[in-house]
Design a protein around this ligand. Structure first.
Ligand SMILES: Nc1nc2c(ncn2[C@@H]2O[C@H](COP(=O)(O)OP(=O)(O)OP(=O)(O)O)[C@@H](O)[C@H]2O)c(=O)[nH]1
Ligand SMILES: [Mg+2]
Length: 266
């Protein structure tokens, strides 16, 4: 019994006790009956829920598959995901995660998915995936031929995409009491192993880069105490070489370890 109830009991005259008990019981029952979906949500929400965002072709699906210890299908996907993908990383003692991968393509499904993760059922944390301009160009649905885009164009597109997502994160953060965490996952590092530090700096707050400036804006908007920001390099592929595959695995493990810390698992 709660402390308030105990205190009430001690001050209530004996006659009022039964009546109070009945009122409390009715309130609890009414609450349960009117919100069965909330009870359901309670059970489904055992694991922290993480939104995975980022523009099309950056590698969200593959990264979520790695984090969920799932093997992806054929690597060279020509078109992106059209609907929200759900992945679960199961770990002992409820230390797992549920990942909701927001489609990167600017379809109507993307807007609905963004609403779901940032407004309707706000997530615990966000992994925003970027690829240092190495996003795989995707064809618009219904067209044929190979899509092409320069690295500069892809970097500009990443920045534009981030502006939209950052606004959503800011409005979620200001509405909540509990802090939200953000990890900017700089992926496909196997494609630019020599530029790793430079790439991480480009995406970091306080770096003075176009992306860094927008991360600073987000932190100012959300309030520093409400939002934590990490920038971590990662790779979902190692290519042919065994050592590179191991290196990619280690980066994914490091990312998972950081997620566990942010979620209070360790
Ligand atoms: N070299 C390399 N390629 C990667 C990596 N991660 C993903 N890719 C490739 O990049 C392409 C896009 O990856 P996806 O995971 O489908 O990208 P996405 O972000 O889910 O894209 P949308 O579903 O369109 O939003 C695929 O061809 C992947 O094989 C990586 O770490 N390294
Ligand atoms: Mg995808």
């Amino acid at each position: 019994m709660s402390r308030t109830a105990t205190r009430l009991r001690t001050v209530m005259p004996t006659k009022g006790r039964a009546a109070l008990g009945a009122t409390v019981a009715t309130t609890v029952l009414t609450g349960l009956a009117s919100a069965p979906e909330q009870v359901g949500r309670l059970f489904r929400r055992r694991f922290p829920v993480v939104a995975v965002t980022g523009m099309t072709g950056v590698g969200k699906t593959q990264l979520a598959d790695r984090l969920a210890r799932r093997t992806s299908g054929d690597g060279a996907a020509e078109v992106g995901s059209a609907t929200m993908e759900r992945r679960t990383r199961r770990s002992p003692r409820l230390h797992g995660f549920r990942f909701l991968v927001v489609p990167g393509d600017n379809a109507a499904t993307r807007l609905a998915a963004l609403d779901e993760v940032f407004h309707d059922e706000p997530v615990d944390g966000v992994i925003h995936v970027v690829a240092n301009g190495y996003a795989t160009p995707r064809r618009t649905a219904g067209t044929t031929g190979t899509a092409t885009a320069t690295r500069e164009a892809q970097l500009a597109a990443e920045l534009e995409d981030w502006t939209i997502t950052a606004h959503r994160i800011a409005s979620m953060a200001v509405r909540r009491d509990k802090p939200v965490w953000l990890v900017i996952a700089v992926t496909k590092t196997d494609l630019y192993p020599d530029e790793l530090d430079e790439a991480v700096r480009y995406y970091s707050p306080g770096s003075g880069s176009p992306f860094g400036d927008r991360v600073d804006e987000l932190r100012a908007l959300a309030g520093g105490a409400k939002l934590s920001v990490d920038v971590l390099p990662v790779s979902s592929q190692g290519g042919e070489r065994k050592s590179a595959t191991r290196a990619a695995g280690a980066l994914v493990d490091a990312l998972a370890a950081r997620l566990a810390q942010l979620s209070g698992h360790v």
